[in-house]
Write a protein that binds this ligand. Structure first.
Ligand SMILES: [Mn+2]
Length: 236
């Protein structure tokens, strides 16, 4: 069975750090005949990361807190950022750079798209609402799962092939966003405030980043499943 690495996320529970991954990702991979391998965010992982990277076929980069701006060469007041985790940044960037170098399939969702962009030399907006002056909401804690905003989908892209529409309405749970697009990356969709919300690298087997979460709105578009089908097909 082909293995897909997923880097976890950390939180404090009962006075100790624990690692977690949303179960929906495990479900979507297993249903497609892929074995999820969770890479824990921990100091100890750094000692054995080469072993994870010795045997895998794909990388699924998922949700998480903000990426430290130092990772893309910017200074920013760190207190204004959310859930910074230096070890998660380090492990995910190492996995992403390894996967790019060895042309493994990479699917990045939300923060995962930001990691792909940074690994291609791009930079991030530290706060999308500071940037767009709140003209469009990209996270709404009051209506967390019901918030939708439209995306304009570019033709002749994998995203258009999956969704088959020039406009789709997507969920939005992000605080950072793409600022400078990384080398070789092509935008696949834009929100009304001009933010790039989907990217891919056409020179690679499969390198796709989505700002929205297809796994959290599965019934709304057949395309949401096609994202994961296409990722699985690129691996097999
Ligand atoms: Mn958004």
């Amino acid at each position: 069975m082909k293995k897909v690495l997923i880097v976890s996320r950390r939180l404090e529970r009962k006075n100790k750090p624990v690692n977690w991954v949303s179960e929906i990702y495990l479900q979507l991979l297993a249903e497609r005949g892929l074995m999820p391998v969770i890479v824990p965010v921990a100091e100890a992982t750094k000692l054995i990361l080469t072993n994870y990277l010795a045997d895998y076929a794909g990388l699924l980069l998922t949700e998480g807190g903000d990426v430290n701006p130092a990772r893309y060469g910017e200074n920013y007041q760190l207190a204004a950022l959310e859930e910074l985790d230096p070890i998660k940044d380090e492990i995910e960037l190492a996995c992403c750079r390894h996967a790019l170098e060895h042309d493994k399939a990479i699917l990045g969702i939300c923060r995962g798209m930001h990691i792909i962009n940074v690994a291609h030399g791009g930079t991030l907006l530290n706060d999308v609402h500071e940037h767009n002056h709140h003209q469009l909401l990209h996270i709404d804690y009051e209506n967390y799962d019901t918030l939708r905003h439209p995306l304009r989908v570019e033709e002749n892209t994998p995203l258009y092939a999956w969704y088959g529409e020039h406009e789709i309405r997507v969920n939005s749970y992000h605080h950072q966003g793409i600022k400078k697009l990384g080398n070789k990356l092509v935008p696949m969709a834009f929100s009304a405030d001009g933010l790039i919300e989907a990217i891919y690298n056409p020179d690679k087997r499969f390198v796709v980043g989505l700002q929205f979460h297809p796994e959290r709105m599965l019934p709304e578009y057949a395309g949401n499943y096609k994202v994961f089908d296409s990722f699985a097909n690129a691996i097999k």
